[in-house]
Ligand binder design. Structure first.
Ligand code: CA
Length: 235
């Protein structure tokens, strides 16, 4: 592997920045760093990284401004580094075009899993279901996209059309959090007051039918107050 992925880290706290840089360097990524929003935008323009890791609380501007600026012209994946407990900040960042977030403090395994998921999701033609005959598997869950069928082991799981569509959507973006608003827009086209409730009811039915019990490997992770994420086996 001669061409390394270039990752731009925009973070003003040196201990977090150094931690990320050390982990990424040790895992064969090329790391660039910036400590302010303005510097981040300049570095982005001159180096065109493959991925950005972005702190929201920067000394000169809110990291949200970086997302606004970059998303006018680029689809480069952005992972938000969030120290904030407020779900609203995460949702705003995701809805403005951030691809994912990771809540501080985080460990090496979680950091690398998020980086891999974001780089994979951004490959041209990436994502499950883009090839004929392709199947999605996670533990003993299998989704047969061509036949729109779902199995646990060899047993077929009967889902409604809506339940299937939600499960398939999450699987196309495995490892990535999907906000309530994103899922609702994809599945129903438009939102109304009852949309989140409708989504939660469908999700409860999906979980029940998939039969995951507490302590089992989970297929779908509930990101409380934000959305849902299809699990990855190596996370
Ligand atoms: Ca900060």
């Amino acid at each position: 592997m001669s061409s390394k992925y270039k990752i731009l880290v925009i973070e003003d706290e040196s201990n977090i920045r150094n931690f990320i840089e050390t982990v990424l360097d040790a895992n064969d990524y090329q790391t660039l760093v910036a400590t302010t929003c303005e510097q981040g935008i300049l570095m982005f323009s001159s180096h065109t990284p493959d991925l950005v890791m972005l702190d929201l609380g920067l000394p000169d501007k809110d990291g949200i401004e970086f997302i606004r600026t970059i998303r006018q012209t680029h689809t480069t994946p952005i992972i938000v580094l969030s120290a904030r407990t407020s779900e609203d900040d995460k949702i705003e960042a995701l809805d403005l075009g951030a691809n994912d977030y990771i809540t501080k403090p985080f460990g090496t395994g979680e950091l690398l899993a998020r980086v891999r998921a974001s780089l994979r999701n951004n490959r041209p033609g990436a994502g499950a279901g883009s090839l004929p005959g392709e199947k999605f598997t996670l533990y003993d869950l299998v989704i047969d996209y061509d036949r729109r069928m779902v199995f646990i082991g060899s047993e077929e799981i009967k889902l409604t059309q809506t339940e299937y569509n939600i499960l398939a959507l999450l699987s196309y973006h495995t490892g990535k959090v999907m906000t309530y608003a994103t899922i609702i827009k994809e599945i129903w086209g438009s939102a109304d007051d009852g949309s989140i409730k409708k989504l939660q009811v469908n999700m409860a039915n999906i979980r029940k039918k998939l039969g995951s019990k507490p302590g089992d490997n989970q297929y779908i992770i509930n990101e409380l107050g934000v959305g849902y994420r299809m699990n990855e086996e190596n996370m």
